[in-house]
Design a protein around this ligand. Structure first.
Ligand code: NAD
Length: 445
């Protein structure tokens, strides 16, 4: 139904009708198509940081048409604001106003990306003010853009250069169609770790990846995306979903493992299968999850405990098994949710489990980094799957319309793309973080 509405308000007579009635007209988002150009037009590079030239050279190497002025350019594919050198709020004026002037030239599905430094408690107040100020400015740009364009940022940790591998990989992800449903978000780069792929079309070549809860929905999309990006995929789901799981395994030319992730030995079973069938294990995606919604006043122990068991306790136990085994460089991505950030009526149990994931990845980061790997989370907002299909039709329709920036739910592939990026070696400088994939639908955050 969401797709039908998108189609109608974007074509012919019904487009005109929707316009004259003042109906919300969400745009068709620019998603990744293998082989398509990185941006739908030239990239305007603004800012005068000492790294400007080096960064411009890298972008030219990616085949981008990099411009320092927008004069005479009819359409821009993106605007990049290099702001890592700013030391006081007044410094933001020139680059932001220049970006503003160029926004009318931004193509549908265009991208605005800022590169800045993290505001630290040890910064001089004026320095921290401008660094934090960039967050507010970019998040607001995200809410002003139309036509499926987005605005996001790359935030450099102390001593990390704008040309560090994970900063470049994050920039490329945010410019590309892979970040279609990521808006108003920041990817924090913690270190200069990481290695850019030889082939950006197959960043997971040679990797063995396990995806839990992969029989349908977001998990099946993750399996397909990791496979497309070059990984050998092991799909895991409960025995009751065995038929659907076998189909997914076939589609991705991978192997299936029927397993309830709440089993005490789930981690060991996963390691055993991956090593026996594929020789190594490089990536685990903790995607299996359930909802058992009830207002807290009506909540029973079975609902509460099952959600905690599947959504967070199982991940803690499996991670302990992974850390105990010899799996160097293991990268984990876990599924959180915007419910775990903003809370959600009827979801105290689910929000506790998903906020728990955010805390868990932050606290687990050093242990995985010590083994040359890392762990991060993705927090999806409203994604069109069987899980959200259970929400009453009217509530769902209103929820989509209320999404202030992109005015639509995301697709499973949007979550999968963010996961594919965080699972790659290029993202090794990002650790313990949670990236929202929510079309900026979480007001105020
Ligand atoms: P879904 O219900 O469509 O699929 C979940 C899959 O997990 C199912 O195949 C199910 O059989 C499997 N699973 C459940 N319990 C399991 C267990 N104990 N062991 C192994 N597998 C198990 O859900 P989805 O919408 O695809 O969501 C996937 C993940 O994304 C979940 O963690 C969910 O909380 C999260 N998420 C979804 C949304 C959304 O809008 N759909 C939003 C935020 C977060």
């Amino acid at each position: 139904m969401a797709d039908k509405y998108l189609e109608l308000v974007n074509s012919g007579f019904t487009k005109k009708l929707a316009k004259s009635l003042g109906l919300p007209r969400p745009s068709i988002l620019r998603r990744h198509v293998p082989g398509a150009p990185l941006l739908p037009g030239p990239l305007l590079l603004l800012g005068n940081s000492p790294s400007t030239q080096e960064l411009a050279d890298t972008l030219l190497g990616w085949g981008l048409d990099v411009r320092r002025h927008a004069v005479g350019v009819s359409t821009l594919g993106g605007i990049l604001l290099l702001l890592d050198d700013l030391v006081a709020p007044e410094g933001l004026s020139a680059p932001m106003l220049a970006a503003g002037q160029a926004l009318r030239q931004l193509a549908p599905g265009g991208r605005v990306v800022g590169i800045s430094r993290a505001a630290l408690s040890t910064d001089a107040p004026a320095v921290a003010a401008v660094r934090q100020g960039i967050d507010g400015a970019l998040r607001s740009v995200g809410r002003e853009l139309r036509g499926g364009a987005t605005a996001n940022g790359v935030v450099l940790g102390e001593g990390v250069a704008p040309t560090a591998p994970s900063a470049l990989a994050a920039l490329r992800f945010l410019l590309s169609g892979r970040s279609a449903y990521v808006n108003g978000q920041f990817l924090a780069i913690d270190s200069a770790e990481g290695k850019l792929p030889e082939d950006f079309g197959r960043p997971l070549a040679g990797k063995v990846a396990v995806v839990t809860g992969a029989a349908r929905g977001i998990g099946a999309a993750i399996a397909a995306t990791l496979h497309r990006d070059g990984a050998t995929v092991v799909v895991v789901d409960v025995p009751a979903a065995g038929d659907a799981l076998a189909k997914v395994a076939n589609q991705v030319s991978g192997t299936a493992l029927q397993l309830d992730v709440t089993r005490a030995d789930a981690g060991e079973k996963i390691i055993e299968h991956a090593l026996a069938r594929h020789g190594h294990l490089d990536i685990v995606i903790h995607n299996a999850g359930i909802t058992r919604d009830k207002l807290l006043a009506n909540m029973d122990a079975a609902r509460w405990d099952s959600v905690i068991a599947v959504n967070i306790s199982s991940q803690l136990a499996m991670n302990a098994a992974f850390l105990a085994a010899d799996l160097p460089g293991l990268r984990i991505v876990s599924l959180a949710s915007t419910s775990g950030i903003a809370g959600n009526r009827g979801q105290t149990n689910y929000a506790a489990s998903k906020a728990g994931v955010i805390g868990m990845v932050r606290a687990s980061a050093p242990a995985f980094a010590a083994k040359g790997g890392g762990i991060n989370a993705v927090a999806p907002g409203f994604i069109e799957t069987d899980m959200t299909a259970r929400i009453p039709v009217a509530t769902r329709a209103v929820a989509r319309m209320l999404m202030p920036s992109l005015m639509q739910g995301g697709l499973p592939v949007d979550v999968a793309e963010a996961i594919g990026f965080l699972a790659s070696d290029a993202a090794a400088g990002i650790n313990g973080r949670t990236l929202r994939v929510c079309g900026q639908s979480l007001v105020g955050a």
